[in-house]
Design a protein. Sequence first.
Length: 293
Amino acid sequence: MDQAGVLRKMKNNGVSPAIERKRYNGNTRVIAITSGKGGVGKTSITANLAYIFSKMGKKTLLLDADTGLANIDVILGITTKYNLSHVLRGEKTLSEAIVEGPGGIKILPATSGIRGMVELSKGQKFTLLEELDELDEDFDFMLIDTAAGITDNVMYFNMAAREIIVVVSPEPTSLTDAYALIKMLYQDYKAKCFMLLVNMVKDSNEAVEVYTRLSNATNHFLGLPIEYLGHIPYDQNVSKAVRKQRLLAEIFSDSKASKSMFKIIEKLCLKQPKDYENGTIKFFGRSNIDKNR
Ligand SMILES: Nc1ncnc2c1ncn2[C@@H]1O[C@H](COP(=O)(O)OP(=O)(O)OP(=O)(O)O)[C@@H](O)[C@H]1O
Ligand SMILES: [Mg+2]
């Protein structure tokens, strides 16, 4: 879409009635996987969850939204011709940029470390929303692997999701950074549905301790309860799989970390996301994006 088109759509509050209907009646569960601190395992977790969902027969789209340093393609050992930047420049449609990964996951790769791409302009954000709306395929799940931190892009991609999985490790800085992220998403962007996933722990006791510390803080200072989604133990098979550019759930499916991921999937499938408008899931939280830009 050209710049004039983007501006026209923004002026008309964005979208045609047909697209609006699709967004509000879609059944796609859009889940962002995010963190305050970097290197806590978001990308490995997102790729494995997407793989497991896909093997279960759930149509899954993995959006690599780390526009700073993309690495889903590296983790999966796939080479991609086009990526998010081609879509944002209007050179390719989303369908043309999406590639298929292991287990039939559909992947929209990000761009690798191109400076101009680090922060998306408002026009680019709308182009992406339009492209997502216009996808022919109906996905059961869309998982968004965000960058770490509290940048504008991280906020945008989290607001695009209805459910937010915050990944933490037991390191104290990971907890304080996660608190800062949740506080900003809640206070400035009105996000409410947070699930905590504690990665790289010794055992479930350590994970529950980490969860208790963080949820005490959000309850006490923000009046916001957060949900415990589960934990993944520290397991060298995770980095072994990364080095082989294969997925843990594919080649080490009996590993401790892999079994934990299966439990997390089970919990996510049992969950009935509550506060969706009209009892359905809103595809993208555009109203929040509008309000806060
Ligand atoms: N449960 C685990 N046990 C052992 N190592 C792990 C575990 N989870 C992740 N790792 C390792 O931690 C490193 C960081 O993981 P990953 O790249 O997925 O983190 P990230 O949060 O996406 O990082 P970034 O913020 O840079 O995008 C990788 O080397 C990965 O293999
Ligand atoms: Mg990552």
